[in-house]
Design a protein around this ligand. Structure first.
Ligand SMILES: [Zn+2]
Length: 445
């Protein structure tokens, strides 16, 4: 915890707090990891003369962002060598040709080293909270602790899990379950929590779902891919005679607070079940477009009462751009140029914050108000027109999501500022990541 007060400003502060709204020429005082005051910058400067000052240069301060679905293990996929005969004609071939080769090549050191780039990138793009979904079948035991150590060192809040799957045999499924359970029972910090990870319906047998239901505590939310590609839905219907969400429900795993990624190919009755259960559907528009699996009708899901959050699915760590992509995809899907201007705000400031509040049992995450966690980001956005409650949607959609991040503060600690990432030894990390990458790529060959 920082001992001294931190004063951020002057800026237009988007508090995301109903009573306070948007405050121009404002400052934010942080102390003890919490926001202590929001108000006119000049007044705060006078009253908190000894506070350390983070100059926001008259730009925008908003709550730090949340990434609702990430894969830290995807680091070494960037530029990875593919076997000469690799075909990437559909989702199954993408999984088999890239992801299932990559995850098998990870040892514990490359899991740990590979987590640094996306965690630091998350901070660089203004995120304070990340929900990760991990796979490393050759190094299952201890993998979540390895990720946790990196998250802890960078100060981010993280919900971690290991994706249980039968695709490498039942022994690995059991090991995956044990890894989740072991992480769930660790003496954790309030910024780290475990979820119950499952890969996807098409790689998890009924026996394994039964085992998970019998063994894991009934109140732990699940994190799983659902209906990302049409093949997942077809597989469930053919093999089990029901949809993927129906399967989870039948095994007691459609739980409140669960994180169901994608849902591109869900039927309305399954979407309604997600809404009723109080689970979250996580939209990953950039990944869906990249994998050519189809496009979620985001607005339709929302209209059915589903709480849809937003993630990056390991492709990147830039939540601002992900929100812009969600907006563009929604308009494209709906063929309607007059809808969805509120989507960036709803995803970034409402549903993603709701997810973080639920997972970390803290209703004050995601707002800049006294006694809320001091998680803030300074956006390098000098607005050409006034930012008010009435204009915020336009600024988010066309300005803020196009801007870079000047600073990221997590629980009152400056993790990024104009000088760059703070509190990390980048040359040392670089060396470690390079060495791990060489090892992983060698094992791919
Ligand atoms: Zn994913």
């Amino acid at each position: 915890m920082p001992q001294t007060e931190l004063l951020i400003g002057p800026a237009t502060v988007i508090t995301n707090h109903a009573a306070t709204g948007i405050v121009p020429d404002a400052g934010v005082v942080c102390s003890g990891g919490l926001v202590k005051a929001v108000g006119p910058f000049a007044d705060l400067r006078k009253a908190h003369g000894t506070a350390k000052h983070l100059d926001a240069e008259g730009k925008v301060v908003m709550p730090a962002l949340v990434n609702a679905h990430h894969h830290f293990y995807s680091t070494f996929a960037r530029g990875m060598p593919l076997a000469p005969d690799t075909q990437l004609r559909n989702f199954k071939e993408v999984l088999e040709g890239i992801w299932w080769k990559l995850d098998r090549a990870l040892d514990l050191e490359s899991v740990a080293a590979g987590a640094w780039p996306p965690v630091l990138d998350s901070v660089r793009w203004g995120a304070a909270t990340v929900v990760d979904h991990h796979a490393s079948p050759s190094a299952i035991r201890g993998s979540l602790e390895a990720l946790a150590a990196v998250c802890d060192a960078c100060g981010i809040r993280a919900a971690l899990c290991y994706e249980i799957t039968d695709r490498n045999g039942i022994e690995d499924a059991v090991l995956g379950l044990e890894e989740n359970l072991s992480f769930l029972t660790r003496k954790s910090s309030p910024k780290l929590r475990g979820l119950l990870g499952l890969h996807a319906s098409f790689t998890v047998s009924d026996e394994t779902l039964d085992l998970v239901q019998r063994t894991a505590p009934a109140d732990v939310p699940v994190h799983i891919h659902v209906a990302e590609d049409a093949s997942d839905t077809k597989h469930a219907r053919k093999r089990y005679g029901c949809g993927v969400v129906d399967r989870l429900e039948a095994h007691g795993l459609l739980r409140a607070g669960s994180v169901l990624a994608h849902g591109v190919h869900l039927k309305d009755d399954e979407l309604k079940k997600i809404a009723k259960a109080g689970a979250f559907l996580v939209h990953n528009p950039e990944s869906n477009a990249n994998n050519a699996v189809g496009a979620l009708d985001l607005v339709h899901a929302m209209e059915l009462g589903v709480t849809v959050a937003l993630g990056t699915d390991g492709m990147a760590s830039n939540m601002l751009r992900a929100a812009k992509s969600a907006y563009l995809m929604a308009r494209h899907v709906r063929k309607d140029p007059g809808m969805g201007i509120d989507l960036c705000r709803r995803l970034l400031l409402e549903t993603n914050m709701q997810l973080a509040r639920t997972l970390f049992a803290n209703p004050r995450i995601g707002m800049i108000a006294p006694e809320s966690p001091a998680d803030l980001t300074v956006v390098d956005y000098l607005s050409p027109t006034p930012i008010t409650a009435g204009t915020l949607d336009g600024h988010l959609t066309f300005g803020i999501t196009e801007s870079s991040i000047m600073a990221t503060v997590i629980e009152g600690v400056v993790r990024l500022d104009r000088r760059g990432l703070q509190g990390v030894d980048l040359p040392k990390i670089r060396k470690r990541v390079d060495a791990a990458c060489a090892g992983v790529w060698k094992r791919l060959a």
